[in-house]
Design a protein. Structure first.
Ligand code: IVH
Length: 697
């Protein structure tokens, strides 16, 4: 639709408008609209935005400002007059009972003060009550329940019509398939919410993809939104989506029923949804009279956003009274009674200065983008993994390109795209090496794989990476034995392989600068401690290809002695949970290599146990033999979910406090059970956070 020249022209226009968005005036009105239309096309149609969301918002706001001041200049086809299209043809379409509008955005306390001022003017009140909750960063959905049954789930689509994705929505465990709305006199209800994938599930999912040599998904938001549109519902289920619901857009009462009091306020609706078994932001929301409390809450929530298990990109401020909401009404784009407070952007543009090639512990060659350092969400980003050659091609990256970079929470930064439109002709292609950048051996690529490998297992880079991995937190967890020290010891010739970790010459190291008695003692203690690590950590630490933490647990739990795996046939290995032909082949390959067996025997002689001490670890049941009871309101988990989690890990639930109880997990307003438990010495009283830690162990 836009040719290269037009694209370049519109990009230049964009850059000039963005220099001073507040100064854009009526003269630039048509340019501004054209620029916005262009970016909507890039975003919604091509799925290939050229500017950050924040920049788009700035321009959109400028247009709104000008049109508000000059209503006579507003045109029917102005970008402010419609919601952009975002439909696919893969699913039947579903018309929303009430159009799914967007939210207006704010970025600082002045914007919020402004919102409050307008809200007071509109309502004629001197002070307004607001309800504030997180702005979940996922894919939005709308749900219809009829006669207490979930009958339809749909994506937002263009706001009027979305994709009908009922089967996929039913895979989301946090959405009840039926809920007792009739108790509230409600026959039919349309609810809005957000589908998310939590950071941990996202990390694990990506870890699996990487283990399988596939490119990881970009961020939890894309993963959640994309998953909703997958045709294979079993795959949707595997990705463990979650959903928060936060708005009731439509209610049809049962004949003769009165509107329930719960619907008088937004906070009441959230509570009703929570009581009906939905995950609404019941715990996270807060109600404030006046805007100051709202501002403080938004600012303080921003500080702790990374502590949440899922991504949020801001807060949403809603007028609490639904009567007042109706009075204030909406524009074609957003309700006037709500506004999003967006956290600091985690996207930025930078320049791709170089691509370096790193050798991993399995010999994989990973291209790493070196970009002009740029702060994103409080962290300076200068290095970004590009995973494999295909990604460089897919993203059409050239040295010298302007690139859009995103860093979502705990998620590693990634390059969203290059902006080919801004090229000047001086950019250089990225050339993938033919030989290993460390040992110069020729590189190989297996058929169907995207990753090039150095197959020299003596390659110094691989040897070092294997030791770093062995000592890493999720493997043997040897504190102080990180990247820098492993390299130092290796380069000094004191460390050449994994068993060498247990034979280090501390006398020599003690003479080095920076290695005082205390740090040596700590290092020795950490190495010693690692001898006691459960077998699955050792298996993971060996760095066998395709063997991640989950597979390591399965393997460790299958044998009584690790070397038993030498005798396992491919069929036997494949009969184990989650192990397919590829993983089985890799495990067999590892255990049929005499060098690996010799290394394991040496580790055993050095005091590491290769036995599966069953109580160390049971595959999915590290709580086996332990009893639990939950009391009070937990800060984030629903009681039933927490109980299910304990049971899933082999824990047993008790109904009362007695000497048989191992753990009492307490939340807010815990009552007599807590008092009783305090009197029994053997009962451990723990918080939800401690419980979650226990699950991880
Ligand atoms: S309320 C009329 N509340 O943010 C009600 N939206 O950028 C409008 N979102 O389209 C929505 N968390 O998909 C609302 N707590 C929350 C939200 C939320 C995330 C999404 C929603 C909306 C988008 C606007």
């Amino acid at each position: 639709m836009y040719n290269a020249n037009e694209t370049r022209h519109l990009q230049q226009e964009t850059a000039s408008l963005l220099k001073a968005p507040d100064a854009i005036g009526t003269k630039q009105l048509e340019d501004l609209r054209n620029v916005l239309r262009f970016h909507e096309y890039r975003y919604y149609i091509l799925n290939d935005p050229l500017i950050a969301d924040f920049e788009y918002d700035q321009l959109f706001k400028a247009l709104e400002r000008i049109e508000a001041a000059h209503p006579e200049l507003r045109t029917a086809d102005s970008p402010t007059q419609r919601v952009a299209k975002g439909l696919t043809r893969d699913f039947p379409s579903a018309t929303h009972l009430v159009p799914m509008l967007s939210l207006d955005n704010s970025y600082n306390s002045d914007d919020l003060l402004d919102f409050d001022r307008k809200a007071r003017e509109l309502s004629g009140l001197s002070e307004i009550e607001y309800c504030v909750e997180p702005k979940f960063d996922g894919g939005s959905i709308s749900l219809i329940y009829e006669n207490d049954m979930l009958v339809r789930g749909a994506t937002r689509g263009d706001g009027v019509e979305g994709d009908e994705i009922t089967t996929n929505v039913k895979q989301i465990r946090s959405l009840p398939l039926s809920a007792g709305f009739s108790k509230y006199g409600i026959e039919q209800v349309e609810i809005r919410g957000e589908v998310l994938i939590n950071k941990e599930n996202f990390r694990q999912f990506n870890e699996k993809l990487i283990e399988q040599g596939q490119a990881p998904l970009a961020n939890p938001r894309n993963a959640a939104a994309g998953t909703l549109r997958i045709k294979d519902s079993a795959e949707v289920s595997r990705r463990k989506l979650e959903a928060f619901v936060y708005h009731i857009s439509y209610v049809n009462l049962l004949p003769g029923a009165q509107s329930p009091d719960a619907l008088d306020t937004h906070a009441g609706s959230l509570k009703m949804l929570w009581d009906l078994g939905f995950r609404s932001p019941q715990k996270e929301k807060q109600v404030f009279k006046g805007i100051q409390g709202v501002i403080d809450y938004c600012l303080s929530f921003e500080q702790t956003r990374d502590d949440l298990p899922y991504e949020i990109d801001g807060m949403v401020i809603k007028v609490n009274s639904t009567e007042l909401q109706d009075k204030m009404g909406m524009t074609t784009h957003h309700p006037r009674w709500a506004i999003a407070y967006k956290f600091k952007a985690r996207q930025a543009t930078s320049i791709l200065q170089n691509v370096e090639f790193q050798v991993g512990r399995t010999g994989s060659i990973t291209p790493v983008a070196k970009i002009q350092p740029v702060p994103i969400g409080g962290v300076t980003v200068s290095s970004i993994s590009l995973f494999n050659e295909d990604i460089i091609k897919e993203k059409d990256l050239m040295i010298g390109d302007t690139v859009l970079v995103e860093r979502a929470g705990d998620v590693i930064p990634y390059i969203v795209k290059s902006m080919a439109e801004l090229r000047t002709g001086s950019e250089k292609p990225v050339v993938f090496p033919g030989t290993c950048p460390v040992c110069s051996s020729r590189l190989f690529k297996e058929e169907g794989e995207a990753v090039w490998r150095c197959i020299n297992i003596e390659c110094p880079a691989q040897v070092v990476e294997r030791m770093i991995h062995f000592a890493s937190k999720d493997a043997m967890d040897i504190r102080g034995f990180g990247d820098a020290n492993v390299r130092k010891f290796y380069e000094a010739g004191l460390l050449k392989d994994i068993p060498g970790i247990y034979q280090l010459d501390f006398e020599t190291i003690g003479t080095w600068e920076g290695f005082g008695k205390k740090s040596i003692d700590n290092l020795k203690a950490a190495i010693d401690h690692s001898r006691q690590q459960p077998l699955h950590r050792l298996v993971f630490g060996l760095g066998i290809r395709f063997v991640g933490e989950t597979t390591a647990k399965t393997l460790a739990n299958t044998v009584t002695h690790l070397l038993d795996l030498k005798e396992f046939t491919l069929e036997q290995l494949q009969s184990l949970e989650d192990i397919g032909p590829k993983v089985a082949g890799s495990v067999q390959h590892f255990f049929s290599n005499p060098q690996n067996i010799a290394m394991l025997e040496q580790l055993e002689q050095l005091g590491l146990s290769l036995r599966n001490n069953k109580k160390d670890f049971v595959s999915s049941g590290n709580l086996e033999g332990l009893t639990f009871l939950f009391t009070g309101t937990l800060p984030t988990l629903k009681r039933s979910d927490a109980e299910a989690m304990a049971e899933a890990k082999g824990g047993k639930l008790l109904s009362g406090v007695s000497a048989k109880l191992n753990y009492l997990v307490v939340g807010e307003d815990a009552g007599s059970k807590l008092e009783k438990a305090k009197k029994i010495n053997t009962v451990k009283i723990i918080s939800e956070a401690e419980f979650l830690k226990l699950l991880e162990e």
